[in-house]
Write a protein of this length. Sequence first.
Length: 560
Amino acid sequence: MSIEYFVEGKVSSQTEGDQLAFSKGNIAHNGIKNVLQNGTDTGVSYNNPSQVNPNDKPINTIDISLNLFFDGTQNNKTNTELGGDFDEASSDKDDSYNNEYTNVARGFDALNPSAVNQVRWYIEGIGTEDKESDSIVKGVIQGTGETGIKGKVTKGCIKGAEAVATKITDKSKIIDTLTVTVFGFSRGAAAARHFVHLVTKPPLMSYSGGKTILQIYPPEYIGAEGTFIIKDKDGSKLKFINQYGYFGACLVGKELKINKIKFRFAGLYDTVASYGLNHRGGMGIDNDTKQLGLNTIGNNKVDFVLQISADDEYRDNFDLTNINSTGINGLEFTLPGVHSDIGGSYGNGEEISVLYCNRFDPYDQTTHKECEEFKKIVIEEGWYTEDQLKIKYFYQKDVKYDRWWNKGNQYYGLVGTRTLSNSYDKIPLNLMFHYSKQFGVEYIQSRIDKNHKINDPFLSPIYNQLLGYTNQCNDIRNQYVKEYNEGKKPSATKYIKDIKSLSYISKVGNVDDLKILRNKYLHWSVKANQIGLSPNPNNNAPKKEGALEAKYRKRNIQDG
C-alpha cells in the first residue's frame, strides 16, 4: 500500500513534539533547487537515528517471530531441574529426571524473551511430561500416543498460538507476517519437521451450518483443549486454515488475524524419528520419514535448514533422517560423536558400555576371539585404553541396573569403563547459535558467554579445527547460492554430493587429538546387551556385529 501527494504549491508540517518517520524501505527527500533542514537549538544531526518501535508504526499491522523448541526423547528441562530425587515421579535411574539439559533446552533459555515481537515456547521431550513419570512403552519406546511425536506437535501448535497471542492486546491488530523458527533434537527434531509438515496440509475437521461452523480435530488427542469450534461467516477463516493446517486453526481460535506465515529457520540436532516399531518400512508400511512427512522441509518450505548429525552413532533404532530434500536451502554438518554428544543430555562422569557380548553361549572361542579383535580396534582408534577394557563374564546388574525382562541374564563380552566430560556438546550448540542468529533469532549474549562459551583448553583448538570443516561446507553452499541468484540452475544433487565429500577428519590436524577427543569426551552409545541399543552396521560391513572398524560402524540413513 502506498500514499502519494501531488501538490502544486507548498506543503508545511508542524508539530509541538517529535516527528518520526519509519520505513521498511528508503526515505527520499528530493528538491529541484534545494533541500533545506534547520535545527534551531542543536543544528542538524547525521548520527545514527534512534530506533522506532515497530508497534508504534502508524499502521495497524505488526510482524511477530515465534520460536518453538522441541526436546528429545526422555529430555525435559523441568524434570532435569527437579533431579532424580523427585520421588513423586522419578523411579528410575535412567529417566528424564536424571538426564542433563540438552542443547534444545539451553537454546531456549538463551533466547531473549524481551526482544521486540519475539516469542518462544518449549515443548518437553517425547515420552515425558512435567513432574510426571515417563511414558515408557508408547512414548519412549515407540514415540507414539499423547507424549509421542504427534502429541508434542499438537501441543506445539496449541501453545505456539497462545505465545503469539500474548503480543496482541488489540484484537483489531493484524499480524502481517508470522515468522516461525523451529529447533529440535532427536525425536524432537522429527517433531519440528512434522510441525512444518502439518502447516502445509488442511487439518482434520467437520462442518455444519453450510461450512459456517468448523469443528477442528487435533493430529493426536492430548486433551479437550485440542478439539475446538470456529465460527466462520464468510469463509475467510476456512481458507486460512486450509492453507496453514492445524496450527493455523489454533491461531484463528485465538482470534488472531494473520496475513501470512513463513518458516525462516529450522535448527536440527541429529533427526531420529524411531516412530512406532517398523522404522524402515516394508510389507505395505512406509518408513518413519514418509509416515511423518519429514521431507516437507524441502521445496522451499523453510528459508534455511541446519542439521548437525553424529558420525559415530550406529545403534539399530537410531536411523538418521537427512535433509537432502532442502537442496541448497539446507546445510548438514557431520561431526564426531554419538547422538547425545551432538544434542546434549549427558552428564559428567563414568560411562559403562558393553561393546560386544554373547548371551546365549556364555563362552566359546569364537566369542572370545571377537572380543580380542574388537579390543585392538577401539584401542587403536583411541576410544579406550588397555586398562579401560575388560573381557569377562557379567550379569546385567554388573554393567547397568537390570529390568524385569533381562533380570538375571548372564553374558560374556567386552566391557569398557571410562570417565568422560560432557563439554563437547557446546561445539554443536555454538554452531547453532551462530547460524540461527543470521536468520533473526535474538539471544542474550551475556548468558551465552557465561554458560556456553568453550573454555576447555583441549576443546578450544578442536572447535577451531572443526570450524575449518564447517566453513568449507558453508563456502560450497555460498557458491551454489551465488549461481542460483545469477539465474543459473545449480544441481541440488551435485551440491549434496559435494558437501558429503568433505570430512572433519581432514581438518583435525593431529591424529592424536582425535584419539584424545574420543577417549575423554565422546561417548559409546551402543549397548550390545540391551534391546534397541545394539549395533546396526551399514550394509557394506563384512559382518553384522562384533569387531568392526569405524568406517563400518555407520547407521542406516533415511532420505528426508
